[in-house]
Design a protein around this ligand. Structure first.
Ligand code: SF4
Length: 76
């Protein structure tokens, strides 16, 4: 389970975040490319845009439940 105390610094403020257990598999970037990106040195993903619409929330929830490292959290 993701730990909000271990959020990576690149996350934008808001309920969804990536923590430092990310293994850089890029699955969330594929599942929800409008919300997750890899950081500059490809060490971890981060949330660069919080979801707003129901469809965007669904995409982020799918990324959250698919993450093999359980590194995505929803603090909302
Ligand atoms: S799916 Fe999880 S482990 Fe893979 S890049 Fe995204 S946050 Fe990191």
């Amino acid at each position: 389970m993701a730990d909000k105390e271990k959020r990576v610094p690149e996350n934008v403020p808001g309920p969804y975040y990536v923590d430092n257990s990310c293994i850089s598999c890029q699955l969330c970037n594929d599942r929800a490319p409008d919300h997750f990106r890899m950081n500059e040195n490809n060490m971890n993903s981060y949330v660069y845009k919080q979801p707003e619409t129901d469809s965007e929330i669904r995409n982020c929830e799918e990324a959250l439940s698919s993450c093999p490292a359980s590194a995505i959290g929803n603090d909302g």
